[in-house]
Design a protein around this ligand. Structure first.
Ligand code: HEM
Length: 158
């Protein structure tokens, strides 16, 4: 029997909702870096705050994901594997693919954020943020279990 504890349900809902904040902040920060780079503007305090907030939201998602990983019946080692209509089982997707790709994406965002913070010129700050955040965003977009994903399917909202 699959038991769904309140803790598990809560983490799953928070992880599902926070994905939209991760995506919105990353899209916005990437677009901001692109327009900042093109216009040759100076890297303002507001730009810096958005860099920081975006990285922090992705860190919160990482923590929620790691907590889920510990208790999820889908990830559970040695658990039963239900065959599905997707390319890989949910078990393999969440235990390996989703977790590894998302962890790499968060590391990339973290490195980009730190490098941008320390970059010498304002143009470099925008450029570094644009490249690292865009790569992180692309990986995240590929590793989300969208309802239309060939790998695993989950609802848009919980
Ligand atoms: C950073 C970007 C991430 C995004 C956007 C993201 C997004 C999602 C989404 C949309 C789901 C489906 C939720 C649902 O069923 O409604 C999910 C499930 C899950 N995620 Fe993430 N995730 C991220 C990172 C991570 C990380 C880093 C880990 C692990 C370390 C992780 C572990 C999990 C697990 C274990 C599940 C499945 C839980 C279950 O169904 O029992 N996620 N994630």
């Amino acid at each position: 029997m699959v038991t769904h504890t309140p803790m598990y349900q809560t983490l799953l809902i928070l992880h599902s909702i926070n994905r939209w904040l991760v995506l919105a902040s990353l899209f916005y920060a990437t677009w901001m870096a692109w327009t900042g780079l093109r216009s040759g503007k100076s890297f303002s305090g507001r730009n810096n705050a958005i860099r920081h907030i975006t990285a922090t939201i992705s860190h919160i998602q990482l923590l929620l994901g790691l907590s889920l990983y510990m208790i999820s019946p889908v990830v559970k080692f040695g658990g039963a594997e239900a065959p599905g209509a997707t390319l890989v089982s949910e078990h393999v997707f969440f235990q390996l693919i989703h977790t590894a790709l998302m962890a790499v994406a968060v590391v990339i965002i973290t490195i980009g954020s730190a490098k941008a913070k320390r970059a010498a010129s304002d143009g470099q700050k925008f450029r570094i943020m644009l490249i690292w955040f865009a790569i992180g965003l692309l990986i995240i977009l590929a590793a989300i279990p969208w309802p239309f994903s060939p790998l695993a399917n989950r609802p848009y909202f919980r």
